[in-house]
Design a protein around this ligand. Structure first.
Ligand code: ATP
Length: 386
């Protein structure tokens, strides 16, 4: 009988709850025991201060505390999860998991709970950590046995750890998958916000410079620009080709105004760069529009509203179908199988080696840093691997 742990890690993304629900329900239907690991890797490590848990979450009306971070789920534990944004089992950025000592503790906690498989829903950092955890597993088990922290029987039973990755991130920045869980909900929130700004911009004939999330990835900014008909978009992957991008932007904005437009909308990815890789700042854009075009210009930083709230239908479906594939991957895994990442390519759920996707994602960042934008795009393009 497989004992599967499911955890959400890194930045929260709408649709993570659909993943947890689907892993629990499908896992149980396949005869597995399913455990939720609360607070990401933090929960896995079971952080305590003076014997008390630092964090607790309310699930089904009861407070999970007293070190009870790993909790067996039943059919009813995930009631209502589909429509709840973020992640109800909590997430955290857990620095100790980046250390070997932290991962040793995590291994002990999993073994003591009898868990032999972990489904991790998170961004590239979380999935890098998951793959590292698996690659070290053999050594961690030996060390735990050597220190008498686990029994010989446990060391033999838990010889292998199965890891499966689900990509939960609003940024859509993972290579080898077309779309990540949470990105579309976030895009919806951005479009709603830009639409709201549009009405006031139109009324006052103003310009707005709107900063959106995405870290080093311009997907949210670009898609929001297309979906809202923005006048100009700045993204990290394609910096303006001229040094004097201010003039290029003003020319476009002026032309649109001359054609009778009463509003100007500029969307800026938070990681936007000029062609010398210097950050393009929203306040600077505001000053340019004000000084050169005389536009009454405001800055709007959308901030954490973009994390989503209630997931859109797409993210509920994506989280659900990918998690079914994740449980199937756990059941099909052997000690020799590389850890898989569940992706979506050409509208089909796909399974690819996790480490390849993580490596390519890191290479995208390097390619952008070295201004090789075409290579960056090719590395992110899922067809690249096929
Ligand atoms: P997002 O894309 O939303 O930021 P993420 O998963 O990339 O999500 P990170 O903060 O990079 O977010 O990582 C989440 C957690 O994963 C970290 O707090 C840490 O516990 C673990 N982690 C990240 N990188 C590593 C690593 N190299 N080795 C071990 N663990 C890691």
């Amino acid at each position: 009988r497989k004992k599967i742990g499911v955890l959400t890690s890194g930045g929260d993304a709408s649709g993570m709850n659909a993943c947890v629900r689907s892993v629990v329900l499908y896992g149980i239907s396949k005869g597995c025991d399913v455990y939720a690991v609360y607070e990401g890797y933090q929960g896995n490590r079971g952080i305590q201060v003076d014997g008390e848990c630092v964090l607790g979450v309310v699930v089904d009306g009861s407070l999970v505390d007293g070190g009870d971070y790993i909790r067996k789920m039943d059919w009813r534990s995930v009631t209502g999860y589909l429509s709840i944004g973020g992640t109800s089992i909590g997430t955290a950025r857990c620095m100790p998991f980046k250390t070997r000592e932290g991962r040793l503790q995590a291994a002990e906690n999993l073994i003591k709970n009898g868990i032999d498989s972990l489904i991790v829903c998170g961004g590239d950092g979380s999935l890098t950590g998951a793959d590292l955890f698996r690659s070290e597993w053999d050594g961690l088990v030996r060390e735990l046995r050597g220190a008498d922290r686990i029994t010989q029987e446990e060391a033999t039973t838990f010889k292998h750890l199965t890891i499966v990755g689900l990509v939960g991130s609003i940024d859509n920045d993972m290579s080898s998958t077309d779309i990540t869980i949470g990105a579309v909900t976030s895009l919806h929130r951005i479009c709603e916000a830009v639409d709201s700004v549009d009405t006031t911009a139109l009324s006052h004939s103003r310009a707005f410079v709107i900063e959106v999330m995405g870290r080093h990835c311009g997907w949210l900014a670009l898609m929001a620009g297309i979906a809202t008909g923005a006048d100009f978009v700045f993204i990290p992957e394609q910096p303006p080709s001229e040094d004097d991008w201010e003039t290029a932007m003003c020319t476009v904005a002026r032309r649109h105004r001359d054609l009778g437009k009463r509003k100007t909308i500029i969307i800026v990815a938070e990681g936007a760069l000029d062609r010398h890789l210097k950050p393009i700042k929203v306040d600077h854009i505001k000053d340019v529009l004000t000084d050169r075009l005389g536009l009454d210009t405001r800055v709007t930083i959308l901030g954490h509203t973009q994390r989503g709230g209630s997931p859109c239908a797409f993210d509920r479906i994506l989280g659900t179908v990918q998690s079914i594939a994740a449980v199937d991957a756990v059941l099909a895994s052997t000690p020799e199988t590389p850890s898989p990442m569940i992706g979506m390519n050409n509208n089909k759920v796909t399974t690819k080696p996790l480490m390849d996707a993580v490596r390519l994602t890191h290479q995208v960042a390097e390619a952008i840093e070295s201004q090789n934008f075409e290579k960056a795009m090719a590395l992110r393009d899922p067809q690249f691997l096929d």
